[in-house]
Design a protein around this ligand. Structure first.
Ligand code: AP5
Ligand code: MG
Length: 221
């Protein structure tokens, strides 16, 4: 059975950081809707321009667009054995759509780890985040996880940048939207016994170890 994991948590909790580690350890693709949307930056289309404007404000991209992007990503062969979803689903219609898409593949969501963190700490992390311009899944933090050379990605040597939606205003709005639109999804998954909390206030490696342990336990359950 394929392993589809939905990583949930407030903005800044470390979904992207941990999804990258899980993806490497489990050899499963890291599917991040935020990353897929950012990759459309600079494309010459009304849709791409509209998406960048929505993200810069800290609002959610409409469900239909988001679901279509994920549907297309799931048709790629590397997603047949499972995937780590980061930042998707974020609304009830997206969660229902994911269930349909996975059912078409003869599968379902296996586990929903919830990374828990204090709001103030999340905002501090977001304000100090820098990402690689070549591969935005390479994420750094000036306070907690700095690159070896300032402004340069350790992995591929590309320059780092701050995300345009990491202003304090947009970050605060994204967190408000998490509580309003995404947190209710937890009940949807709790009803199926899939949600397991992981303390995201620990160092990155400790959070990874807790996630790996959780996945092993759930495989053997
Ligand atoms: P998205 O890219 O998903 O961003 P987000 O939801 O705002 O979440 P973040 O990326 O800020 O948080 P994260 O949990 O990944 O934290 P990270 O690992 O980087 O979405 C962006 C936008 O796209 C949305 O606002 C929306 O407009 C649109 N969008 C995306 N998906 C959508 C959807 N499904 N529906 C509709 N619209 C959608 O960590 C943060 C920082 O902390 C980093 O600097 C990292 O190095 C550091 N860090 C991580 N873990 C630790 C740790 N344990 N200790 C210390 N530092 C740590
Ligand atoms: Mg992220």
């Amino acid at each position: 059975m394929a392993t589809y994991i939905v990583l949930m948590g407030m903005q800044g909790a470390g979904k992207g950081t941990q999804a990258a580690a899980l993806s490497q350890k489990l050899s499963l693709p890291h599917i991040t809707t935020g990353g897929l949307f950012r990759a459309m930056d600079g494309q010459d289309s009304d849709l791409a321009r509209e998406i960048q404007a929505i993200m810069a404000r800290g609002d959610l991209v409409p469900d239909a667009t988001t679901i279509e992007v994920v549907r297309q990503r799931l048709t790629k062969p590397d997603a047949a054995n499972g995937a780590i979803f980061d930042g998707f689903p974020r609304t009830l219609p997206q969660a229902e759509a994911l269930d349909h898409l996975l059912a078409e593949l003869g599968s379902r969501v296996a586990l929903v780890p919830l990374l828990t963190l204090d709001r103030q700490e999340a905002i501090e992390r977001i304000s100090a985040r820098w990402e690689c311009t070549l591969d935005p899944t390479h994420v750094y933090n000036l306070n907690t996880n700095p690159p070896k050379v300032a402004g340069i990605c350790d992995i591929d040597g590309a320059p780092l940048r701050q995300r345009p939606d990491d202003t304090p205003e947009a970050a605060a709005k994204r967190i408000d939207t998490f509580f309003e639109k995404t947190a209710p999804l937890l009940d949807y998954y709790r009803a199926r016994g899939l949600v397991h909390e992981v303390n995201a206030a620990q160092p990155i490696e400790a959070v990874s170890a807790a996630l790996f342990h959780l996945i092993e336990v759930s495989k053997n359950a």
